[in-house]
Design a protein around this ligand. Structure first.
Ligand SMILES: [Zn+2]
Length: 179
């Protein structure tokens, strides 16, 4: 008679992730929680998972700051483009000026958006693009080296921290088998 237990009765919730698990399972199929493990094993699993969450949050916050820098640059270039449009209204090369800024704004916007999926590649590309733009600006007018230097250092700092965190996050995910 014992083996006529209805299927629903054999389902319970995992203590760690609260998904339905089959009561006979040794490990949760969703998160790997040791359902049949000792109290110590179960508590170590939760503690380890919490540490992983804290580390991932830290990496993700730094990546987010780098992403915000990319969006900020998109805004700045758009703003400069619009300002140029009004200042140089009578210049025959006006479209060329404005177009460069609009393209830069679009590139940074795209990199920011796509960094949700590929943070490392996008932040590295963003930093390279920003560096190239700055070098060209300095070649064009050496005074650009010092103008707004603090903002530039902050932006570059956020992006470098973002790159470091994106690298660490990838390694961390590999080590902990997180996909
Ligand atoms: Zn679970």
């Amino acid at each position: 008679m014992e083996n006529i237990i209805p299927a629903e009765a054999a389902i319970e919730k995992c203590d760690a992730c609260f998904t339905d698990v089959v009561a006979d399972d040794v490990y949760c199929t969703n998160c790997g929680y040791p359902l049949k493990g000792s109290d110590f094993e179960q508590r170590s699993f939760i503690a380890n998972r919490d540490v992983i969450d804290i580390d991932m949050n830290d990496f993700n916050n730094k990546i987010k700051s780098a992403r915000n820098s990319l969006y900020y640059l998109a805004g700045v270039f758009m703003f400069v483009g619009v300002i140029n449009f009004f200042i140089k209204k009578d210049d025959p090369d006006i479209l060329a000026y404005v177009l460069v800024y609009v393209i830069l704004a679009a590139l940074f916007l795209a990199l920011g958006g796509y960094s949700q999926k590929k943070p490392l590649a996008c932040i590295v590309s963003g930093l390279c693009l920003y560096t190239i733009v700055q070098v060209l600006a300095i070649i064009d007018n050496p005074a650009n080296l010092v103008s707004g230097i603090i903002v530039k250092i902050v932006i570059i700092g956020y992006m470098i921290k973002g790159i470091k965190s994106a690298l660490e996050l990838e390694r961390f995910k590999k080590e902990n088998n997180i996909t």
